[in-house]
Design a binder for this molecule. Structure first.
Ligand SMILES: Cc1cc2nc3c(=O)[nH]c(=O)nc-3n(C[C@H](O)[C@H](O)[C@H](O)COP(=O)(O)OP(=O)(O)OC[C@H]3O[C@@H](n4cnc5c(N)ncnc54)[C@H](O)[C@@H]3O)c2cc1C
Length: 501
C-alpha cells in the first residue's frame, strides 16, 4: 500500500495510486508537484489513510480510498481529505456487559456500532425518544428542499440493527438515571439496567425569550418530525420568517424558497455569518441569498411575534411588521443535559468528559452535542461521530482516546463554498490585509508580523488546506510579502512557498 501513496508537496494531500489526477483536488497545483510518499516499511499500514473526511460536511468514510461521492452532501471524491489517525479498536474483548445508549443521533449510533465491533457478546440497547429510525440530521434541510426522501435520510435500514443485535427502543424517553442501582427510568414506566451507560442526548433548538414565541405556527428545525411539520405548512402562497441568519437559518430559508414559499430571513448582526466572515464576504453571501428570491433583513432586532392564536407576523424594534404565516427560529442550540444534572454528574455548559469520553462517573460516558471536552462543545457532526466511536469502544472494554480535533471552518452554504480561518476581523493597523475578488470568487488574507493569521475564501476554496497549514505552523511569509503587490500575487505566492515540514 505504501508504494501507491503520492503526496502533494504543496498542501500535503495524499493520493492513493500512481495514476494521478491532472491537478491536486485540494490546492489545485499541477500533478508534477506530487511526490511519492515513502513510509517506513514496518509502519506501512499506519501510513495509509484509514478513512476519508468530506471537506464540505465532515462526513467520515472509512476505507483506503474516498467514495465516488459523499452520501451525505453529494460532494465528489476530490472533496475528501485523508485521515490517518483513526480510532482503532484495540481488538475484540469478551465482555457481556449491558451497554445502554440514551439517544440515537449520530453519536449514539456510532457508539453502538463501535461497541458491537469491540464486544461481540455485549448486550447493546439504544433508547430514542424520537419515533423515527435514526437518520442523518444534517440532511434535514435537503429533505425540506425536496432533494431527499425519508428513506434516503436513514443512517441504516431497520435490518441493520437486527443483524448487529442492537436493540432499538424508539419513541421512548429516558426520564431518570439511578446511578446507585444502575437503572434508567423510562417514559413507558419500565426500567432498564446498565453496566455501562452512554449519554448521547444531543441538543435542542434555542428559542429566545421573545413575546409571542409560543403561538401556533412558530417552529424550530431539529428533528425529522419538525421538518415534516414545517413541510406541512410550507405552501407556495404562504409566507415564512426565519429568525437567525446562520448556516441553519440560511439553508432552511433557501429550502422553503425553492418550494415557492415567500421567505424573509432576519439576522441581528449587520451581515451574514459575522463570526466567520468580514462585512465584504457577508454582503457577497447576502447577494446569493437574495438571488434565490429571499428577502434579507440584517441588523434586524425582533421585538415580538404578532397574532392571536397563530402567529401572523414579526414585529421589529424599528416598528416594521413582517407578515408571516409561519416563523422558524434558527437561533442556536442548547445541550440536553438535564438527565446528567439529575444524576449529579459534573456539568458545565455540556456534560464534562475526559479523553476517554468518561464523565465524572466511571461507568457513564457522554458524547456528541451534549458533551463538553476540554472546554469545547463541538456541536457538529464529525466530532459527534468520532466521540461516539471512542465511547463505544471504551464502554465495551476496549481502549480509545479522543484528544480533540481542529474545528473545521469549511462550509457549504447555499451551494457556495466558504472557508474561514483564524483572525478575520483585524482591529488595528498592525495587520497587513489583501483582498481579491471577481464574479465567482472572493479571497481575503490577513498577515501580522509576516505570518498569515487569518483568511476567507469564497467560491473557490482550493487553497484552504494550505492556508490552515500555514496558520497552524506559523511559517514566515516574509518572502511572499516582499514580492507581492496584490492579493492575486499573494494567492500565487501562498501556493508555491514557503514549505512547512
Ligand atoms: C437541520 C440541521 C442541519 C445541520 N447541518 C450540519 C452540517 O451541515 N454540518 C455539521 O457538522 N453539523 C450539522 N448539524 C449539527 C449536527 O446534526 C449535530 O452536531 C449532530 O447531529 C449531533 O449528534 P448527537 O448524536 O450528539 O445529537 P442528536 O443528533 O441531537 O441526537 C440526540 C438524540 O437523543 C434524543 N434524546 C434526547 N434526550 C433523550 C432522552 N431523555 N431519552 C431518549 N432520547 C433522548 C434526541 O431526541 C435525539 O434524537 C445540523 C443540525 C441540524 C438540526
Amino acid at each position: 500500500m505504501a508504494d501507491d501513496l503520492m503526496q502533494c508537496t504543496v498542501c500535503g494531500y495524499i493520493h492513493v495510486g500512481t495514476d494521478l489526477p491532472d491537478c491536486c483536488p485540494v490546492c489545485g497545483v499541477e500533478k508534477e508537484l506530487f511526490e511519492k510518499k515513502q513510509a517506513p516499511d514496518s509502519k506501512a499500514a499506519e501510513a495509509a489513510p484509514t478513512a476519508w473526511r468530506c471537506l464540505i460536511c465532515n462526513y467520515l468514510h472509512e476505507g483506503p480510498v474516498p467514495p465516488e461521492s459523499c452520501p451525505v452532501c453529494g460532494a465528489g471524491a476530490d472533496q475528501f481529505e485523508p485521515v490517518f489517525k483513526q480510532v482503532q479498536p484495540t481488538g475484540k474483548v469478551d465482555s457481556a456487559d449491558a451497554i445502554v445508549i440514551v439517544g440515537a443521533g449520530i453519536s449514539g449510533i456510532s457508539a453502538a456500532e463501535a461497541a458491537r465491533k469491540t464486544a461481540p457478546q455485549a448486550k447493546i440497547s439504544v433508547i430514542s425518544r424520537e419515533a423515527d429510525l435514526p437518520y442523518y440530521r444534517i440532511n434535514l434541510t435537503r429533505y425540506l428542499a425536496g432533494e431527499l426522501t425519508t428513506e434516503q435520510l436513514l443512517i441504516h435500514p431497520a435490518q441493520w440493527y437486527e443483524d448487529n443485535a442492537i436493540e432499538l427502543h424508539l419513541g421512548v424517553e429516558v426520564t431518570a438515571v439511578d446511578v446507585r442501582n444502575k437503572t434508567l427510568g423510562l417514559s413507558s414506566r419500565d426500567t432498564i439496567s446498565y453496566d455501562k451507560l452512554i449519554l448521547s442526548m444531543g441538543a435542542h433548538s434555542f428559542v429566545p425569550p421573545v413575546g409571542g414565541a409560543t403561538k401556533a405556527h412558530v417552529k424550530t428545525l431539529r428533528t425529522q418530525k419538525d421538518a415534516a411539520e414545517i413541510l406541512e405548512a410550507a405552501r407556495p402562497e404562504k409566507s415564512c420568517v426565519v429568525i437567525g441568519g446562520g448556516v441553519l437559518g440560511l439553508e432552511t430559508g433557501a429550502a422553503l424558497a425553492r418550494r415557492g414559499v415567500s421567505v424573509t430571513i432576519i439576522e441581528g448582526f449587520d451581515w451574514l455569518l459575522p463570526r466567520q466572515l468580514n462585512r465584504a464576504a457577508g454582503e457577497r453571501l447576502a447577494g446569493y441569498v437574495e438571488a434565490l428570491g429571499v428577502r434579507l433583513i440584517c441588523g434586524g432586532r425582533v421585538r415580538e411575534l404578532a397574532g392571536e392564536q397563530a402567529v401572523s407576523g414579526v414585529v421589529l424594534e424599528s416598528g416594521e411588521v413582517v407578515p408571516a404565516d409561519m416563523v422558524i427560529f434558527a437561533a442556536g442550540v442548547r445541550c440536553n443535559s438535564a438527565l446528567a444534572r439529575q444524576a449529579e454528574l459534573e456539568v458545565n455548559n455540556g456534560i464534562l468528559v475526559d479523553n476517554s469520553m468518561r464523565t465524572s462517573n466511571a461507568d457513564i460516558f457522554a458524547v456528541g452535542d451534549v458533551a463538553e471536552h476540554q472546554g469545547v462543545i463541538y456541536g457538529t457532526w464529525m466530532p459527534a461521530q468520532h466521540q461516539g466511536k471512542v465511547a463505544g469502544i471504551n464502554a465495551a472494554g476496549g481502549q480509545a482516546r479522543f484528544t480533540g480535533i481542529p474545528r473545521s471552518s469549511i462550509l457549504k452554504v447555499l451551494d457556495v463554498d466558504l472557508f474561514s480561518v483564524g483572525e478575520v476581523h483585524p482591529d488595528d493597523g498592525s495587520f497587513q490585509l489583501f483582498e481579491d475578488h471577481d464574479d465567482d470568487r472572493y479571497a481575503f488574507f490577513v498577515f501580522r508580523n509576516a505570518r498569515l493569521v487569518g483568511a476567507i475564501l469564497m467560491g473557490d476554496t482550493g487553497l484552504s488546506a494550505r492556508l490552515k497549514e500555514l496558520i497552524e505552523s506559523q511559517a514566515s511569509c516574509a518572502e511572499i510579502l516582499a514580492e507581492a503587490a496584490t492579493a492575486a500575487d499573494i494567492r500565487q505566492g501562498l501556493l508555491s512557498g514557503p514549505r512547512v515540514s
